[in-house]
Design a protein. Structure first.
Lengths: 238, 238
DNA sequence: GAGTGGTCTAGACCACCAA
DNA sequence: TGGTGGTCTAGACCACTCG
């Protein structure tokens, strides 16, 4: 089982065994690993050595430890292709996962210059500003700050709150289809807000995507800045 | 100094103190922190507690531990804006760091379909394929796989090997200026090759950027897929 | 060879979760 | 209340770097 004194650290071997077990489906996504004490006994190593192995898996995004509860297998990263027609729920469902969304806050306010320009609004025009979190199988994938022209989408907050879908909210406002007109991408490390919204540790990688959607006449209908949990998605563009 | 029994873990307090010291310039980029044993003594904690604090800083990319040598302060992340005219050396020098480059391999071969299409080459046309690593102050920032139309840039490998600059290599081939025509971005975790080339740990975040440069007539002159050390750069697009 | 970080063990207590 | 992961200490030995 474990080869000692081979130059390969014992904790790496333990991590390797656990990783293989996860890959082989011995523990499914969302499932719980044996307790640290149990693994220490099983592998014949100290509990701290098991902890070091688990810490490695946590860093690599394979498992998640919850104090008082256990260590759980994380779902494999969600493939997230950004294209002209990107629909969160379609992407998630295509991978046999359950999409959901949550409205954090909704306000109506005068657009700041940058957002106003992106939405091609007159100075002083109002927008509906939403903060939302989107998840797959209940695990947060991204959180976003969105702005919609208030004149056209006065009820977007209520629509999203009931349907968890921007597509549905647009349809309710008479926009049957829409496309992505502009995309800007960057990578950052999670700040406190990212960490809280996405339920990830401070400093974990976050992919930031800013974009504008337009209706089929080319009129901007949504500006959004979304931050994705880098460990849970594989974002591709192009 | 340290407040025990306050609900804030001692190792976090130690990490906080070290982080503040780094931010305040007590230890400069590239400088060495006190040894683990010395810090344990100074803070009145066990060496393992210091190790935990250091591990946290390592994960967050603030310091780097070298066995047998010490723990060193990492340089702050390099701001890397991707724009129509992106020149590695300009970006690095603008931040008072020293750019360098290294040629890993150079081959001449028939373009694969995807690269051939990106470069708008006829089927069967040849490309020069380069593997390069780029660094700032000697620390690897990115490594890239590039392809150039062999017909126009037969000597690009030699040019790059001597100048460490694609801009210079293009100029030698009669292309005085060029622009970025296409960009695709994604995030991944370092595989073994990424880790070796970038001198980072397996699984650290890597930002992948695929792009095509064209001359001012719009003819493609370079296809490249670059992978950036996510801990060392702050890539922005748009 | 002296000094550094890396690994492993051992034992204790705490904070948190679920029942 | 019992079990879980989180923290901290203590001590030992190893692997590596550098003069």
């Amino acid at each position: 089982m474990l080869a000692r004194g081979t130059g390969i650290a014992v904790w790496r071997q333990v991590a390797e065994i656990l990783e293989t077990g996860i890959a082989d489906g011995e523990w499914r996504a969302g499932g719980r690993l044996p307790t640290e004490a149990e693994m220490a006994l099983r592998f014949g190593v100290n509990r701290h050595t098991v902890r070091q192995a688990i810490k490695d898996l946590v860093e690599r995004g394979l498992v998640r430890s919850v104090q008082g509860s256990g260590t759980f297998v994380e779902a494999p990263p969600l493939a997230y292709p950004i294209a002209e027609r990107t629909r969160f729920s379609d992407i998630v469902m295509a991978q046999a996962r359950e999409p959901s969304g949550r409205l954090i806050s909704a306000t109506r306010e005068v657009a700041n210059p940058a957002v106003g320009a992106a939405l091609e609004l007159a100075a002083g025009a109002e927008v509906i500003r939403l903060e939302t979190v989107r998840a797959a199988d209940g695990v947060p994938i991204s959180w976003a700050l969105s702005a919609f022209p208030a004149a056209r989408f006065a009820d977007v907050a209520e629509s999203f709150a009931t349907t968890s879908s921007f597509t549905a909210a647009f349809r309710a406002a008479g926009v049957a289809d829409y496309v992505r007109a502009f995309t800007r991408i960057g990578a950052r490390n999670a700040d406190a807000i990212d960490a809280e919204r996405l339920e990830i540790a401070l400093g974990r990688p976050v992919i930031e995507i800013e974009g504008v959607n337009t209706d089929l006449d080319g009129r901007p209908i949504q500006w959004a800045r979304a931050r994705f949990a880098g460990d849970r998605v594989r974002v591709t563009v192009g």
